[in-house]
Design a protein around this ligand. Structure first.
Ligand code: PMP
Length: 285
């Protein structure tokens, strides 16, 4: 059963409420993190808190809790949830204020955490792979609104997700304005080509995923080369293997992009190897 913490109060899903004057709701003014716990331990908690604190600095939001307080609350939630594995949605908003977008209207940020489960893709997709499309809309450009800020404004992503669904696919890959591959609507993207593991560099305009970074760490031990680089649609279409990563998705193979089979059209051996190593790593903390 889901439990929710809202600024010091523990609630059931049904009793968890925030104000309609919260600027997170009214203007998407806020940040979030999606974390998982495995065997009772939150995976890469420090990295998630680092990203949240960086996001808060970027949007000039002063968090009303210390990192230690936040970590303690998250750990308490995991204990209260009383199950080995689960998902945490941590949300910070500008807070409750009068109408008008000025952050000055909100004296104190709202902080809440939902302790629940998440399944973004059906189980069989992890064995078979998924089909994705490239979105016709472009990822937000870093000079307009930096995708490294994991903000409550996800319409750029939602609209591309809709495009994917219209095309009968589960996920869409974004290009940036220059036509370079960036990321998917809720996951980072990797390819394998001639034994080299490649993923778009963060400066191209994408969220620096925590799963992405764990995969890079793992792969540096097992691949002949690992590159954070530029890639175009051509690189996707001609890849030997492709997969996506995210705290929600974990590691999921991609077997088709824009109707083209990737590699053999089956999940590739390098992807399977990384998936297995990642599954081990999350249990080790
Ligand atoms: N890109 C986007 C746009 C995301 O929303 C997410 C998280 N769901 C990711 C990438 C993956 O990041 P992480 O591995 O930290 O969950």
């Amino acid at each position: 059963m889901a439990i929710v913490w809202i600024d010091g109060e523990w609630r059931s899903r049904e009793d968890a409420r925030i104000s309609v004057y919260d600027h997170g709701l009214l203007y998407g003014d806020g940040l979030f993190e999606g974390l998982r716990w495995y065997s009772g331990r939150i995976f890469r908690l420090d990295a998630h808190l680092d990203r949240l604190w960086d996001g808060a600095r970027a949007i000039a939001l002063s968090l009303p809790y210390t990192r230690d307080e936040m970590a303690a609350t998250l750990r308490e939630g995991v204990e209260r949830a009383a199950k080995p594995d689960g998902y945490i949605r941590l949300v910070v908003t500008r807070g409750v204020g009068d109408l008008g977008i000025s952050p000055a209207l909100c004296p104190r940020p709202t902080v809440l955490s939902i302790f629940d489960d998440i399944r973004l893709y059906p189980r069989e997709c992890y064995e078979r792979g998924i089909a994705v499309v490239t979105a016709s809309s472009r990822r937000l450009q870093g000079d307009v609104f930096d995708p490294r800020i994991k903000s409550l404004n996800y319409l750029n992503n939602v609209l591309a997700k809709l495009e994917a669904q219209v095309a009968g696919c589960m996920e869409a890959v974004f290009l940036n304005r220059e036509g370079y591959v960036t990321e998917c609507t809720g996951d980072n993207v990797f390819i394998v080509k001639n034994g080299v593991l490649k993923t778009p560099a963060v400066w191209l305009g994408l969220l620096e995923g925590i799963t992405r970074n764990s995969i890079l760490e793992i792969a540096r031990g097992s691949f002949k080369r690992v590159e954070e680089t530029t890639m175009t649609k051509f690189d996707l279409y001609t890849a030997d293997e492709c997969f996506l990563t995210g705290s929600g998705a974990e590691v999921i193979p991609v077997t088709k992009i824009d109707g083209r089979a990737i590699g053999t059209g089956e999940p590739g051996p390098m992807t399977e190897g990384l998936r297995a190593e990642f599954a081990r790593a999350v249990r080790q903390g």
